[in-house]
Ligand binder design. Structure first.
Ligand SMILES: C[S@@+](CC[C@H](N)C(=O)[O-])C[C@H]1O[C@@H](n2cnc3c(N)ncnc32)[C@H](O)[C@@H]1O
Length: 221
């Protein structure tokens, strides 16, 4: 019986990659991965509207692909994507996801140690992050490195977690139940917002209250 139940769960949760690929921008709930509306809305605005629905010919750097869903979205829209992550499991998961979408040929996935020098003198049209910059211990240094790898007319889209109020912070702590997680995570406050604005020419910034998420769309200064 448990095999039957396992099979049923497997069938119900099977992902129809082909249908999602055929209409990527109406499946942003899938690509945003965590479901909550602000993440989907900011993907729609940041990618669908700000970067455009056709990314053919664009060299894109995605930092911290996680399980590779946005990586796949950027490649489905035509981008030539390089995705870099510090965690081997993220590299493996991302490789699996881009393969499932049939876009592996347009994606290069690289494990690195957090130092952007790995990119040499390569320059990109677009740099994208979602829920990644919050892990940086030296955000200024990291963003300056990102800026160095942008072409003169290059664009950035960052979708990052904001700190929110005390209650939310407590709820996050209860959920994670880990002091080390909070030591590693620097949810964005006004300081980080100002820093991003000082390094890039931010053309559009949005903030959702719940969950607290920030969207930055901008260009190299
Ligand atoms: C919360 S997950 C987000 C994954 C994905 N961007 C998404 O939105 O679904 C954070 C990811 O960033 C990666 N990461 C953390 N610090 C990083 C860094 N300095 N450079 C690249 N990746 C990093 C983690 O390994 C993980 O895969």
């Amino acid at each position: 019986l448990h095999r039957l139940i396992y099979c049923c769960i497997y069938i119900i949760t099977m992902i129809d990659y082909q249908s999602i690929k055929e209409a990527p921008l109406v499946n942003l709930d899938f690509f945003s991965q965590w479901g909550a509306l602000p993440w989907q809305k900011f993907l729609e605005i940041g990618i669908g509207q700000y970067l455009g629905k056709d990314l053919s010919g664009k060299k894109i750097l995605e930092i911290g692909p996680g399980i590779g869903r946005v990586t796949s979205l950027l490649a489905i829209l035509g981008g030539d994507v390089t995705a870099i992550d510090v965690k081997q499991s993220s590299i493996d998961d991302s490789q699996e996801t881009v393969k499932n979408f049939g876009v592996a040929e347009n994606v290069k996935i690289i494990k690195y140690d957090g130092n952007l020098d790995i990119l040499g003198d390569e320059k990109f049209d677009i740099v994208f992050t979602k829920s990644v910059l919050i892990y940086s211990d030296d955000l200024r240094g990291f963003l300056e490195g990102v800026n160095d790898h942008l072409k003169a007319d290059g664009k950035v889209v960052f979708i990052e977690n904001a700190k929110g109020n005390v209650l939310l912070h407590l709820a996050r702590w209860i959920k994670r139940h880990s002091i080390s997680f909070f030591k590693r995570t620097h949810y964005f406050t006004q300081t980080e917002i100002d820093l991003v604005k000082s390094i890039f020419n931010i053309e559009l910034a949005m903030h959702s209250k719940f969950p607290p998420v920030l969207l930055f769309c901008g260009k190299k200064k």
